[in-house]
Design a protein. Structure first.
Ligand code: CP
Length: 299
């Protein structure tokens, strides 16, 4: 595996994470475009699962850096003729691509790609990892509070199926934040201690809501959307219990009126669309790193 691959947030030390966040910040404030040399900048986005934010923010980041981008469509590719993920990735390497961004429904799909020499950026594997979502979440929190030390983060909802919950737990705890989880008992996960949302909502500096991942088999039987919102979601009663300076986050897509009341999605405390904006900055930093460029700041 290439040393610039990013498969899990655990591939990065806290020092690496802070360098990426710093590079993203430089991309945000810099007045000058920073471009890769064109002749060497071929990136392929291989998405085997639906995506809006991750797919198109990687594409935006790649174009902004001057990459030539291959937008792969698995339904019209030779995957439909039985070609494996390994042979697909190997093909892109053979025909000159220098970086692969991959989302795939299989947990740790990247283990079968160990012989691929070019960097692979994991854009989500099953319910395993989503390192660039984690980095953009971290960027959004750091931008807001200027530190992770002692920050209280409450992650609510379908913890069992969420690669966002898993990636954020690992990174935030290493960076000194306190992380609590809450949600229905059907969505509990080994290693994730659950707490009561009503007891924790006033404790949190960050309230991160997660949708129910029905595509991974998550179900709550006959429970209506209204009942879910009332029992486990961020409704107006709980919103009123939040700290004055607390923020609301959500990796999206949002199911409005299920895990969060629709009109809270764009309320003053919400950073949900800001997270998407930050996703492009962070992905620019990750692509720059994948092409072997040093951090803007080295200390
Ligand atoms: N947050 C996230 O991964 O969104 P997409 O599935 O739209 O990429």
């Amino acid at each position: 595996m290439n040393k610039y691959s990013l498969l899990s947030i655990n591939d990065l030390s806290t020092h690496d994470i802070m360098e990426i966040l710093h590079d993203a910040r430089v991309f945000n404030i810099s007045q000058q475009d920073w471009h890769l040399p064109m002749h060497n900048a071929l990136a392929a986005n291989l998405f085997f699962e639906p995506s809006t934010r991750t797919h198109y923010s990687f594409e935006s980041a790649e174009y902004q850096l001057g990459c030539s981008v291959a937008d792969f469509n698995s339904a019209s590719s030779s995957v439909t003729k039985g070609e494996t993920l390994y042979d697909t990735a190997k093909t892109f390497e053979a025909i000159g691509y220098k970086v692969l961004v991959i989302r795939h429904p299989q947990d740790e799909y990247f283990k079968e790609l160990e012989d691929i020499s070019i960097p692979i950026i994991n854009a989500g594997d099953g319910k395993g990892n989503h390192p660039t979502q984690c980095l953009l979440d971290l960027y959004t929190m750091y931008d807001e509070f200027g530190t992770f030390e002692g920050l209280n983060v409450l992650i609510c909802g379908d913890i069992a199926h969420s690669r966002v919950a898993a990636s954020n737990k690992d990174a935030l705890e290493r960076l000194g934040a306190n992380v609590r989880f809450c949600g229905p008992k059907e969505f509990e996960r080994e290693g994730f201690e659950m707490s009561d949302i009503d007891e924790s909502i006033g404790w949190a500096d960050v309230v991160m809501m997660l949708r129910i991942q029905r595509e991974r088999g998550a179900t709550l039987g006959e429970m209506s959307d209204e009942e879910y919102l009332h029992q486990y979601g961020l409704d107006h009663r709980r919103y009123a219990m939040m700290k004055e300076n607390a923020i609301i986050m959500h990796p999206a897509p949002v199911n409005r009126g299920v895990e969060i009341a629709s009109d809270l999605v764009e309320c003053g405390k919400s950073r949900i669309f800001k997270q998407m904006e930050n996703g492009v900055l962070v992905r620019k930093a990750v692509i720059k790193r994948a092409f072997g460029y040093k951090p803007f700041r080295e200390d």
